[in-house]
Write a protein that binds this ligand. Structure first.
Ligand code: GLU
Length: 316
């Protein structure tokens, strides 16, 4: 039997902060406890939003915290050929079509759609309209994007943490972008191609990507990339206002706390408390945490980041 394989997939569009760190850590601990292989994939195809050097910094920060992976990192920006051929296959089977609609959708398609990006259902305006990408590009006055067709049907994400969830993509998003006009693959397509090629069969990530799992299952089925991976979508860390932890909640970047003197054991201690492994934040080693982490004790509700957490990390 081959080893179960998971991946850590940071996007260098922003820095590592306490919210995404908790998910990466939970993924890593689960993998270590269950003997999974851990891969690293840098999701660096978000064009202008990628800051130079940010990816290397992220990898260094994850290592500083004590995470590791078994093979050299895979960089999405170096895999364009694979994404292009997946698009060509979708187009050849009539499952994808060129779209001349506004840039906005195509641009937001590049990154993973996190909760507050706001969901819009594409009404299918360009479906069956253009005979070729060149026609759609001429109509749009710029290079056309590509969308994949969805059908009204319930797709079940058999999530191991959140429970089985059903999505009807025709109602949640409509035909969605798989390739942007700029010639870059959308997040949804790139993830599916990469996970399948790397043999990833266990995916652990934030619960705001649950609906994306349904889109990814749809793409996998079209591309004949069975079997589906097992999914664990974990609750997010939120600010006191209940929204996903973000800049407006202050500077929760790992880099900032490191500069303020936080040790890996201290950061792990807060993340461990947030994951139900210990009662309250205190310094803890990775080995100790490995013995204590229990997915069943992971809080089912979002964890709220409070001032006391910030003070703990700063040693105040
Ligand atoms: N790179 C994505 C993110 O940072 C995660 C994608 C995934 O796990 O599928 O949100």
């Amino acid at each position: 039997m081959t080893k179960t394989t998971t991946r850590l997939a940071p996007s260098p569009t922003g820095a590592l902060h306490l919210g995404n760190l908790r998910t990466f850590l939970a993924n890593y601990l689960l993998a270590r406890q269950r003997g999974w292989k851990v891969l690293m994939r840098v999701e660096d195809i978000d064009g202008p939003r990628i800051k130079p050097g940010a990816a290397e910094e992220m990898l260094a920060e994850l290592r500083w915290l004590g995470l590791d992976w078994s093979e050299p990192a895979v960089w999405q920006s170096r895999r364009m050929g694979q994404y292009e051929s997946a698009l060509a296959r979708l187009a050849a089977m009539g499952a994808a079509y060129p779209c001349a609609c506004s840039r906005k959708d195509a641009l937001t398609a590049s990154g993973a759609p996190h909760a507050e990006d706001g969901a819009q259902v594409y009404p299918g305006t360009c479906r069956g309209v253009y005979a070729s990408a060149a026609d759609a590009s001429a109509a749009a006055g710029r290079p056309a994007a590509w969308r994949v067709k969805v059908t009204p049907e319930a797709i079940t994400v058999a999530d191991r943490f959140a429970g089985p969830r059903q999505f009807d993509l025709a109602r949640t998003c409509g035909d969605f972008v798989v390739y942007r006009g700029e010639g870059l693959p959308a997040y949804q397509l790139a993830v599916v191609v990469d996970d399948a090629e790397a043999g990833v069969d266990a995916i652990v990530r934030g619960e705001d990507l649950l609906e994306s799992a349904a889109r990814q299952i749809h793409l996998r089925r079209l591309l004949g990339l069975a079997p589906e991976p097992a999914y664990w979508h974990l609750p997010l860390v939120v600010g006191p206002d209940g929204h996903r932890l973000a800049k407006r909640h202050g500077d929760t970047r790992l880099a900032t706390y490191r500069q303020a003197g936080a040790t890996p054991q201290r950061v792990l201690g807060l993340l461990a408390a947030w994951s139900g492994a210990i009662d309250r934040p205190r310094e803890i080693s990775m080995e100790d945490l490995l013995g204590r982490f229990d997915l069943d004790r992971m809080p089912r509700a979002p964890v709220v980041f409070i001032d006391a957490d910030d003070r703990f990390l700063r040693g105040r």
